[in-house]
Write a protein that binds this ligand. Structure first.
Ligand code: SF4
Length: 307
């Protein structure tokens, strides 16, 4: 069969597409990126976000299968495809030391802005880290949503330390769960660049402060990165993002406007776009206060404080 892959709204490496590619190649099929000038037996389309536009053109194929949160919150890969080793070769930007995966799926919490509990349910074991770190791929991008929330997840982090794997839990950790023992464990992990936390409420500022101080106590000297959802209160959102500015270069916030998965026509307020445009460009965040940031000619963000 002649198979094509069509990621509609993201160029970030897509684990499902890598697994589909591996499965089809194993069964003797050819797999390539979709080219509208070619004809295919089957095209897999993926869409990550609900708010991005769909592919608007005719698909030249006998069969089209769609997946990803942007199309269907609950669709999953069949078990036989899900547990296959991904075909990393479809993404030349992934080097031969790097692997992607999940150790757990789900989360025990139900934050109102988050799609994970609806999509994946309560936290459950999923894979062993040694099933991901294969063929010398010891730099691991792990996309768990709340690895510290299960004993299985913690046992996996202990294994990561024993194996000396380098990791990035790129969806962030829950600072509320960092005890003294967990901080000691996290300080022993070989982190790829940084430790990430969620900092989505005013209360979580104190939790992130507490967790980072504990981890530092055990010798960690790398960066911290804080995912900050932007909800409907400008002052609260600004104060939470801006809090990290006074902490120095090791502490980086990342501002994310809230996206309602049930409302693809949602309009993001301009202050959220500007706050994200300021915080997420590190050279601007470091050198300029938000009130002095001028995202458009003639508009300085100090106007938000006057409204
Ligand atoms: S935001 Fe994080 S802690 Fe909250 S439900 Fe989502 S994954 Fe869980």
């Amino acid at each position: 069969m002649n198979i094509a892959l069509l990621p509609v709204d993201s160029t970030y490496p897509n684990l499902a597409l890598m697994k589909l590619s591996a499965w089809h190649k194993k069964h003797g099929d050819t797999v390539q990126w979709y080219n509208s000038l070619d004809r295919y037996d089957k095209v897999y389309m993926t869409k990550v976000f609900t708010f991005t536009p769909d592919y608007g053109y005719y698909i030249n194929a006998d069969e089209v299968e769609k997946g990803g949160t942007g199309y269907d919150l609950h669709k999953t890969l069949p078990q036989s495809i899900d547990r296959i080793q991904p075909d990393y070769s479809i993404y030349p930007q992934i080097d031969d030391k790097t692997a992607y995966g999940f150790l757990t799926r789900g989360c025990p919490n139900r934050c109102k802005w988050c799609v994970v509990p609806k999509k994946e349910g309560k936290i459950a074991p999923y894979m062993d880290v040694d099933e991901i770190a294969v063929s010398g791929r010891t730099n691991l991008i792990l996309m768990d949503n709340n690895i510290l929330a299960s004993d299985y997840g913690l046992a996996q982090v202990e294994k990561i330390v024993r194996r000396k794997y380098h990791v990035d839990f790129n969806q962030g950790l829950d600072a509320r769960l960092v005890t003294d023992n967990i901080a000691k464990l996290l300080a022993k992990v070989k982190w790829i660049k940084r430790i990430r936390f969620g900092c989505d409420t005013p209360q979580q500022i104190a939790e992130c402060e507490r967790a980072t101080a504990l981890i530092d106590k055990y010798g960690y000297r790398g960066e911290y990165f804080f995912y900050c959802i932007l909800l409907d209160d400008f002052n609260e959102s600004f104060n939470r993002v801006n809090h990290w500015r006074s902490k120095g270069r090791r502490f980086l916030p990342h501002a994310q406007p809230y996206r309602d998965v049930n409302n693809p026509h949602q309009i993001i307020p301009q202050w959220q776009k500007d706050l994200a445009g300021w915080a997420d460009k590190k050279w601007i965040f470091r050198t300029c206060e938000f009130k002095d940031f001028e995202p458009r000619k003639g508009f300085k963000c100090k106007q938000y404080f006057e409204q």
